[in-house]
Write a protein that binds this ligand. Structure first.
Ligand code: C5P
Length: 239
């Protein structure tokens, strides 16, 4: 399999075509962005950490029956994945009130939720990724009611698996964002990435934030905390 031309460049990744029409080549970038691109920095090594962490997590999820676009990691910064058409929804699953939910419902950050909450956001930078109701999603024809049911079920299943995985290594999975895509046969697959960029992860003992809030809120070195996550998950040491 060979890497061909650039298909798309996003905030955190570049996507290239390959010699196989059903496969694309992803390159993780060393850029960190927050607040819809308003805060932006280059952080050496970040792309490698997210690539390695995502590869480990997608591999663990596959072992537990969750199908994703992930095929294999090809280098420190690169992955091969199945070509999918991304559903323009961000599926957020929450276990503990934090971030925008804490703000929206007026709860103190860190308050446990009675049961996990699933939310859908419109993946649209111009609109600032707004929260959508099921009626909005139907009106916009972004997904059918049946598909939304599948997304919610898959989100909750991923939550159960990841909660257990992180819990075993002393980390609390506060919340996370998933994206899904459809393959050539219309099958829904988990896509994009799962990394400290897309999850809130807190040390169970100390409460230390080990995720992108470190960058959003200027709390220290992002690569230091992402390296802690990689190491705890059994990945190679930071180089
Ligand atoms: O900001 P908010 O509290 O809604 O974020 C919920 C979770 O979704 C966090 O883990 C955050 O990192 C993730 N997220 C993301 N990409 C977005 C919005 C949120 O990865 N565009």
């Amino acid at each position: 399999m060979e890497k061909r031309g650039l298909l798309y460049e996003g905030k955190a990744k570049k996507i290239f075509s390959t010699t196989d029409e059903f496969t694309v080549w992803i390159e993780y970038k060393d850029s960190a962005t927050a607040f819809n691109g308003e805060k932006k920095e280059t952080i050496e090594g970040k792309g490698r950490l997210n690539n390695l962490i995502t590869s480990l997590l997608f591999t663990s999820l596959k072992e537990k029956g969750i199908e994703s676009h992930f095929i294999k990691q090809v280098s420190d910064y690169e992955q091969l994945v199945k070509r999918v058409e991304i559903i323009p929804l961000e599926v957020v699953v929450r276990n503990i009130a934090a971030g925008s939910l804490a703000k929206r419902i007026g709860w103190e950050e860190g308050t446990p939720l009675k049961s996990p909450i699933v939310e859908f956001y419109y993946k649209d930078d111009d609109l600032g990724d707004p929260l959508l109701t099921v009626d909005h999603i139907e009106q916009l024809e972004l997904a059918s009611v049946e598909e939304l049911k599948t997304l919610k079920e898959m989100g909750l299943k991923v939550n159960t698996i990841l909660q257990e995985l992180f819990n075993e290594v002393g980390i609390q999975l506060v919340d996370f964002k998933l994206e899904f895509g459809k393959d050539v046969d219309g099958k829904i697959l988990l896509a994009d990435e799962i990394s400290p960029d897309t999850c809130r992860l807190w040390d169970k003992e100390t409460g230390q934030k080990l995720d992108k809030d470190v960058f959003r809120r200027d709390l220290g070195s992002l690569t230091d905390v992402y390296s802690i996550i990689l190491t705890k998950l059994g990945g190679p040491q930071h180089v």
